[in-house]
Design a protein around this ligand. Structure first.
Ligand SMILES: Cc1cc2nc3c(=O)[nH]c(=O)nc-3n(C[C@H](O)[C@H](O)[C@H](O)COP(=O)(O)OP(=O)(O)OC[C@H]3O[C@@H](n4cnc5c(N)ncnc54)[C@H](O)[C@@H]3O)c2cc1C
Length: 778
């Protein structure tokens, strides 16, 4: 009897092994069954979703999804660098432009850029950074584009947005990709030299985040146009809002849904989203009114069109491109999103780091620079650590674009995380500056950036949506090594090809999941088992590569578990999707930071920045995985099992220590190579009366005077010097406690400090200002 049971058991085992290892059996039994289940579970992907999924390319995030990132590959990507011509543009026209910008005058007095600034921007072809030289543009790299926007944004958000928008998703980008030769030859030179001011209108009152649902319509018809009878064209009606540069635009890029009820173009009645370029002086267009976006006075406003007739050759790409607008937009989105908002976010963060470090050293309370207090150190460290990591991600992502990538998932990661970290940095900077940050006026170098922060959060995919829906939702399909193959195979109409492709993808996926389960547990027990670390890294960083590999493996496993358990409903389980997206994002930000450290030549002085940002991000990664497991809808046993596989030794990552935060804060509280590298590329004014130049001078003076002040304090303690501060310098000089030169330095420092800490005040009607520089007294 027992022999029979044994035989049956062996036969069953052999059958199971055969089912999975003999291709014919596996394909026709296991995969066939699974395919049926997939067809039931997987929602059919709409054309709009398919186009979004197909857009862009997969780059480093594919490695992070693989569970075993190839770090040598990351470090072998070339270090992004500027050409001599690009550097000269930054040192020349960009510096000149920044020197012309006075954000208080722009935002409070003029409510626009001054005419000479508009003219300078046009003449120096700032609108043509992405337009190739053959069309009269500057034809710059993504890195140069990013550096230019970053520098301008550290000076004026209004100017940065004005320069950024024509170089991002808009008429130029769309023409370059899809325009007919005629359209390119006509419009690109005019856009390059500023003859045309472009804008692009997608959003309307009823379609914001859900932009694919725009209700604006175009009807194919025949009409008289420019004196010609019976021209084939489109009659469009639309209502748009929030359109940047719209009020001053001469050329409107417009998205609308095209219908052909009389079948003049073919058999389709509902042709789909279509893009056209329309001169704004075309009859029927109502444009020119402005919105007032949070005191930012970049041109932005609504526009509408009533029965506007356009000929077919105004469609971007001509008649052949009708109905392809959504795909065109999605394909173009990733490049601009990889550059513009990351650049403005880093500009704001650098301004926060630079000014908060200096102000923290100049502003004294309780007889100490406020930056020395532990509470302020915490905020300073957060600003510096965030800025270091953000800048690393900005540069690496721009570098990817320069390598020819169109990284759609990464563009969403940097859009979300850099704007959020920028928000954190500017909030911290405002706290450190206290009332100095709050009182508006020409001496306030922070408040407009603070006020403008939500703009970056809202545009190009509002942040809640981007985090909860896009990053993991798109990553899971695009960057996962097998999902897209499985989905494509599931919906392949050719049954034989569908089964074959599905079988290959499913087998690969099963082995992938097994490996990740085993490795996640093994690496959680001992990270020493991880062998895929790059060659020649230092002892300072080697453990970070190990931890990242470990989290990448756990992430790949949990991504599969989530997709298996929740299938198509994962799309609606946004909070779970957000946490997995957070893990993927932190892994990307950490990768960029390690690469930056290597590309910079491993500067020892930067190590505190590196350690702080990596430790903070690894801790966030761990917490995201932990919260995912806590909230994952499953039974207690499965949850415990998953938890054991991912965290066999518990939650071991810690946030940066107070000691490390102290070291980081000290690095930005004084001039030095690490502070300079951290804030490199932001605009530093040369006019000595500029509030930032004054702050720089006051910081140097405060530091130089600290030993002298210490001597005075000691003398007060020893009761050899009066406690009356305004008499101390003279008395100390008379008693020989300080030299004449030191007395002069102290007096000068007090003037500078006073000028820095003072804020503007106004007449009761807020019309006439008194500026601190005019009131400075010792
Ligand atoms: C200053 C400024 C400039 C702009 N410039 C342009 C431009 O030049 N051209 C242009 O076409 N558009 C432009 N926009 C529009 C911008 O892209 C939209 O504001 C954006 O798409 C969000 O739309 P909404 O403001 O209507 O927010 P809503 O769509 O109403 O969203 C409200 C909130 O709900 C969240 N949300 C929505 N759906 C989901 C979801 N499924 N899951 C989770 N959260 C969700 C959003 O994240 C957001 O937090 C601009 C907007 C502003 C404010």
């Amino acid at each position: 009897m027992s022999e029979l049971v044994l035989l049956l058991f062996v036969a069953l085992l052999a059958l199971i092994v055969a089912l999975f290892t003999v291709p014919f059996l596996r394909r026709n039994i296991v995969s066939k069954l699974a395919l049926r289940v997939f067809r039931k579970l997987l929602p059919k992907i709409s054309q709009t979703e398919q186009e979004a999924l197909d857009a862009g390319s997969v780059w480093w995030e594919g490695e992070l999804f693989s569970g075993k990132p190839d770090w040598n590959k990351l470090l072998a990507y070339p270090k992004p660098t500027l050409t001599a011509e690009e550097q000269a543009f930054l040192d020349g026209p960009v510096e000149q432009l920044c020197a012309m910008l006075n954000e208080w005058h722009i935002t409070h007095e003029r409510h626009d850029l001054p005419p000479e600034v508009w003219q300078f921007i046009r003449e120096n072809r700032f609108f043509s950074l992405i337009i190739p030289k053959e069309y009269g543009g500057l034809g710059f790299s993504a890195l140069a584009h990013s550096e230019i926007v970053m520098k301008i944004s550290s000076r004026s958000n209004t100017a940065a947005v004005t320069v950024m928008v024509p170089n991002s998703l808009g008429p130029a980008e769309l023409l370059l990709r899809y325009g007919t030769a005629e359209q390119k030859n006509y419009y690109l030179p005019r856009l390059a030299n500023g003859t045309e001011i472009p804008c692009f209108a997608l959003t309307g009152p009823e379609a914001g985040s859900d932009a694919g649902s725009i209700p604006d319509t175009g009807i194919v018809c025949r009409a008289e146009f420019n004196g010609q009878p019976d021209v084939l064209g489109i009659r469009i009606n639309w209502e748009k809002r929030y359109i940047t540069l719209g009020p001053v635009a001469t050329l409107l890029g417009l998205a609308f849904r095209l219908y052909d009820p009389d079948r003049l173009l073919g058999n389709e009645k509902d042709i789909g989203i279509t893009l056209a370029l329309i001169p704004t002086n075309t009859p029927g267009i109502n444009i020119g009114r402005r919105h007032f976006p949070l005191n930012g006075v970049f041109q932005n406003g609504p526009n509408s069109g009533k029965d506007v007739f356009i000929p077919m050759d105004w469609i971007i790409g001509g008649q052949d491109k009708v109905g392809q607008g959504w795909r065109m937009l999605m394909n173009s989105l990733s490049v601009g999103r990889s550059i513009s908002l990351p650049a403005t976010s880093v500009g704001a963060a650098k301004l926060s780091a630079w000014s908060s470090g200096a102000y923290g050293r100049v502003r004294v309370q309780f007889k100490l620079p406020v930056g020395y207090f532990e509470g302020v150190e915490e905020a300073l460290a957060r600003i510096a650590g965030n800025t270091y990591m953000m800048d690393a991600a900005r540069v690496m992502t721009a570098g990817a674009v320069d390598l020819g990538e169109e990284p759609s998932v990464i563009s969403a990661i940097v859009k979300y995380h850099l704007t959020e970290r920028s928000r954190q940095a500017i909030n911290d900077a405002m706290d450190i500056h206290g009332g100095k940050g709050i009182c508006l006026g020409p001496s306030n170098y922070l408040a407009r950036t603070y006020q403008q922060t939500p703009v970056g959060i809202t545009v190009e995919g509002a942040n809640i949506l981007t985090r909860n829906m896009i990053i993991f939702g798109q990553g899971a399909i695009r960057a996962h090594p097998f999902t897209l193959r499985e989905i494509t195979a599931t919906w392949d109409e050719n049954k034989k090809r569908s089964l074959q492709a599905f079988d290959a993808a499913l087998t690969g996926h099963a082995l992938f999941a097994l490996r990740n389960t085993f490795c996640s547990l093994a690496f959680g027990i001992s990270q020493r088992l991880i062998k895929t670390i790059p060659e020649n890294v230092t002892s300072e960083t080697v453990d970070y590569y190990r931890q990242l590999t470990r989290f990448s493996t756990a992430f790949a496993l949990l991504a599969d578990v989530a997709m298996m358990k929740l299938g198509g409903t994962l799309k609606r389980r946004e909070r779970l999707s957000a946490r997995l997206g957070d893990v993927l994002s932190q892994l990307y930000l950490c990768s960029a930071t390690l690469k930056r450290f290597e590309d910079d030549g491993r500067p020892t002085a930067d190590l505190p920045f590196l350690h702080w940002s990596l430790q903070d991000a690894l801790y966030r990664t761990q917490q995201a995985l932990h919260e995912f497991l806590l909230n994952f809808p499953t039974g207690k046993i499965t949850r415990c099992l998953l938890r054991f596989i991912v965290f066999p030794r518990g939650l071991r990552c810690q946030p940066p220590s107070d000691t490390l935060s102290h070291q980081v804060a000290r690095l930005i509280l004084a001039p030095g190579e690490a502070r300079d590298r951290l804030t490199a590329g932001m605009y530093l004014p040369t006019d000595k009366d500029d509030p930032l130049a004054l702050l720089q001078e006051a910081m140097a003076s405060a530091i130089a005077c600290e030993p002298i002040e210490a001597r005075l304090r000691q003398a007060v303690k020893d009761k050899t010097l009066t406690t009356q501060e305004d008499e101390q310098i003279d008395q100390a000089l008379a008693q020989g406690i300080i030299s004449e030169g030191e007395a002069a330095s102290l007096a000068q420092m007090k003037v500078l400090r006073r000028r820095v800490i003072m804020v503007d005040d106004f007449s009761p009607d807020l019309q006439q200002a008194n500026h601190p520089s005019e009131k400075a007294v010792v």
